[in-house]
Design a protein around this ligand. Structure first.
Ligand SMILES: Cc1cc2nc3c(=O)[nH]c(=O)nc-3n(C[C@H](O)[C@H](O)[C@H](O)COP(=O)(O)OP(=O)(O)OC[C@H]3O[C@@H](n4cnc5c(N)ncnc54)[C@H](O)[C@@H]3O)c2cc1C
Length: 432
């Protein structure tokens, strides 16, 4: 490779959001890019499906607004005017005692910013709220070395806050428990903010104040999948060669093998399970099944449980771990749904050994329990099972990695890291 050459070939493995973002950045930097995608479509966990005649996101349906990463990127893709906030309604919690309460308003990943706020006391009870309030008296180093978000919150605020607030939110967002989610992946910067601000509650309030005005998440009118549509347009425009149905079987730092053919070039891995130095020791991917129900029931117009319901571990009579009331959460979607309601229920397939067809059977009753009212006529239903990447534990020296296994879950983390890693690769052979 010639330093500074504009014809250095880069081989990108994986056509999910991470691979698409990195390929675009590399092509803009003058690289000759070929992208290999194992399946017959681009987008990975960002995809579209039509249920009951309504076009819906089948995977990711929102993004975190922190640091403006996704919104800035979407603007580069000509989608800036279509970024929309969700409805200003709370999400709810379905609790171990079988009752449902709105999630406290001032919180980050369920961690309350004001333990004695009425909505916190209502959600966890006065005794647990008073225990949480005591964290203001603890020195800031207590819990600051915690490995997981669960450990941090338990040490500073007590178990009730973990079990009744943080864990249901973590399960809903990250498909894992608070005691398994590494702290720095859960809320990047929280550890440093705790030490700087002196308490967890002050750190949470500081993060909330620093976030862009409005909600912690946003969507795109027409669906998150429009990111994939626009990225694909750009890759075609910038001359990226896209090879679908092309599973890469082997990667090294100077090339890869696909369909028995060996190709030479710089490699950027954007797929979990590819390029591990020790594949046998990697944690398996987790499977989640998403059931979408399209329902005819005018009573749901009243949004009985806001934008949706997160389920506490051990809550009775429900197998789903979260319900999203899509047509309440996204007003643009309600405008296009002809009065029908779209509900999404998420199931941890591995935890409960659940087959997708079984989840489809359970979903209407789970929806009724979580919404606190019978569900009406199910017009249509769909089931999609996804694999969520486990963190990569064994990287090969000198190889470039992007995507969920390396950046953490979620579009904000994935897009930010893919852009940064592609820039790093470009800088490697840029003349000084
Ligand atoms: C149901 C669901 C809801 C979600 N909701 C949200 C949300 O609301 N907000 C949010 O921010 N995030 C959400 N996420 C998470 C977010 O979608 C992901 O973190 C992100 O899309 C991951 O992108 P990625 O490119 O790293 O991985 P992926 O999307 O998994 O892409 C990897 C790609 O690599 C391909 N591949 C694999 N092996 C090979 C190989 N050997 N050769 C070639 N190609 C290969 C795969 O086919 C795939 O296309 C959700 C995810 C799911 C499943």
């Amino acid at each position: 490779m010639t330093p500074g050459s504009s014809t250095v070939r880069v081989l990108v493995v994986g056509g999910g959001i991470a691979g698409l973002v990195a390929a675009r950045r590399l092509a803009l930097g003058g690289r000759d890019v070929t992208l290999f995608e194992a399946s017959d479509r681009l987008g990975g966990q960002v995809a579209r499906h039509t249920v009951g005649g309504i076009d819906l996101d089948a995977g990711a349906e929102s993004f975190a607004t922190r640091r403006g990463t996704v919104a800035d990127f979407a603007a580069q893709l000509r989608l800036g005017d279509d970024i929309v906030p969700p409805a200003e309604l709370p999400a709810w919690l379905y609790r171990v005692d079988g009752t449902a309460k709105p999630l406290p308003a001032t919180s980050v990943l369920g961690i309350p910013g004001m333990a004695l706020a009425p909505d916190v006391v209502d959600a966890i009870g006065l005794r647990a709220a008073m225990r949480a309030q005591l964290e203001l008296l603890l020195p800031s180093f207590i819990g600051s070395r915690s490995a997981t978000i669960g450990e941090l919150v338990r040490r500073r605020m007590g178990s009730a806050v973990v079990e009744q607030l943080v864990d249901p939110v973590v399960r809903g967002v990250h498909s894992t428990s608070a005691d398994e989610l590494p702290l720095d992946r859960a809320v990047p910067g929280l550890r440093a903010a705790l030490l700087r601000d002196g308490s967890l509650m002050h750190a949470v309030r500081g993060m909330r104040a620093a976030a862009p005005a409005g909600s912690q998440v946003a969507g795109i009118r027409g669906g998150i999948v429009r990111l994939v549509d626009e990225l694909t347009t750009d890759l075609q425009r910038f001359g990226v060669e896209i090879r679908l149905n092309s599973p890469v079987s082997e990667v090294t730092s100077d090339g890869l093998t696909v369909g028995g053919e060996r190709l030479v070039g710089q490699v950027l891995v954007a797929a979990s399970g590819v390029g591990d130095s020790d594949p046998d020791s990697s944690a398996p991917a987790r499977r989640i099944t998403v059931i979408t129900l399209v329902i005819e029931q005018p009573e749901l117009d009243a949004a009985p449980r806001g934008t949706g319901v997160l389920v506490a571990a051990g809550a009775p009579g429900v197998t789903a771990r979260a319900l999203t009331h899509l047509t309440v959460k996204w007003p643009w979607l309600a405008e296009r749904s002809g009065g029908l309601h779209a509900l999404r229920l998420s199931y941890d397939s591995d935890v409960i050994g659940l087959e997708a067809s079984h989840a489809l059977d359970l979903a209407p009753a789970d929806a009724a329990t979580l919404l606190g009212m019978p569900v009406g006529r199910v017009v249509d239903a769909a089931s999609v099972t996804w694999e969520r990447s486990a963190p990569r534990t064994h990287a090969v020296d000198g190889m470039h990695y992007v995507g969920e296994a390396d950046a953490g879950t979620g579009l904000a983390a994935v897009i930010g890291q893919a852009e940064a890693e592609a820039e790093a690769l470009l800088a490697e052979d840029r003349p000084d």
